[in-house]
Each structure stands twice: as C-alpha cells, then as structure tokens.
Design a protein around this ligand. Structure first.
Ligand SMILES: CC(C)(COP(=O)(O)OP(=O)(O)OC[C@H]1O[C@@H](n2cnc3c(N)ncnc32)[C@H](O)[C@@H]1OP(=O)(O)O)[C@@H](O)C(=O)NCCC(=O)NCCS
Length: 148
C-alpha cells in the first residue's frame, strides 16, 4: 500500500471510491452533489491537500485536509480494506504536511448514530478528543480535536 498526494490524473479512480462510500456522508446524495464534490476534490488536489492510499494502483483510501483551517475535511476507506490501518497511515502522512503544534479538528457523527461508530472509535484511538456539538449539511455532528 502506498500513501501519497492525489493528483488530477487520479480523479476518476478517487471518485470510484467516493461513489462506493457516499451513503456514509451527508451532502453526497445527488448526482449534482457528487459533481460538486468532484470539483472540490480537484481544488484540494491543486493545493496538495488531497491524500490517497493505493493498492496496485487502485485508490482504497481518500483524505482531504485544510492547512489554513487546521482541519481534516474528508476521510474514507474502501469497505473491503478497513481495519488494515490505512486511515491511520493517511492521517500520519497528513500530519507531516501540516504546521506543527496546531490543534487539528474534524467533524463526525454524534454518539448514538450507527454510521458514526467506526469513525468515532477511529478518531478516539488516534488521540482526538470530543468537542463541540454542531451541524453540517443540516445533520447533527460533533467536532473532535487532536491537541498538539
Ligand atoms: C472511519 C474509517 C475511515 C476508518 O478507516 P480504517 O482504515 O478501517 O481505520 P484503521 O484501520 O486505520 O483503524 C485504526 C484503529 O481505529 C480503530 N477503529 C477503526 N475502525 C473501527 C471500528 N469499526 N470499530 C472499532 N474501532 C475501530 C481501531 O482501534 C483501529 O485499530 P485496530 O484495527 O488495530 O484495532 C472507515 O471505517 C470508513 O471509511 N468509514 C466510513 C466513512 C467514515 O465514517 N468516514 C469518517 C467520517 S468523518
């Protein structure tokens, strides 16, 4: 498995994975929303802020982050490749690309949402702590913060 920056030439490969996991993300329900997301991914790729994990050239993990906002913006791993530390490797790689010493925030499902069990366990395992309860795309979410 390779973890590397995603480039514009990876976009179709990247979107194959997003299509597979889209039901886990509020805001990716419609074709228009997916097209908008594709444009967003290309913008992140242009800023060297899109990380992917590849196995034999196929993208099995995707991560978007913001250096300016100190945020992890999107994270997903192929269903059949989970629990192989792929997400953990992508987050470690992301941390090497971000300003040291700054807290990093992410929003994810609130406690009690079945879709959020894996993500919440994952962030806690990596040392993120629970933060503010907020909303995103009209859905209730919770911020998690990695203190550095
Ligand atoms: C959350 C997600 C990205 C984790 O990816 P992953 O590659 O399977 O995670 P890792 O293998 O790096 O997990 C590292 C550790 O986190 C914890 N963890 C991860 N998934 C877990 C789960 N389903 N249940 C309990 N703990 C879990 C474990 O401690 C794991 O280490 P272990 O397998 O040695 O016990 C993946 O489940 C996913 O894509 N989910 C759907 C999309 C999503 O929820 N994205 C985040 C929304 S903000």
């Amino acid at each position: 498995m390779n973890v590397e920056l995603g480039k514009a030439c990876d976009i179709d490969n990247w979107m194959c994975l997003v299509n597979q996991v889209k039901d886990s993300f509020p805001g990716l329900e419609t074709r228009e929303a997916l097209e908008e997301h594709r444009r967003t991914v290309l913008e992140f790729m242009g800023r060297d802020a899109a990380v992917c994990a590849k196995i034999d050239g196929r993208i099995v993990g995707t991560l978007l982050f913001s250096r300016d906002d100190h945020m992890l913006c999107f994270l997903a791993v192929d269903e059949v490749c989970r629990r192989q530390h792929i997400a953990e490797n992508m987050v470690s790689y992301m941390l090497t690309l971000m300003e040291p010493g700054k807290d990093i925030a992410v929003t994810t499902y609130r406690e009690g949402a079945p879709e959020g069990v894996a993500a919440r366990a994952f962030y806690k395992r990596l040392g993120f702590v629970e933060g503010r309860l907020t909303e995103e795309f009209g859905s209730p979410v919770q911020e998690f913060v990695l203190r550095r």
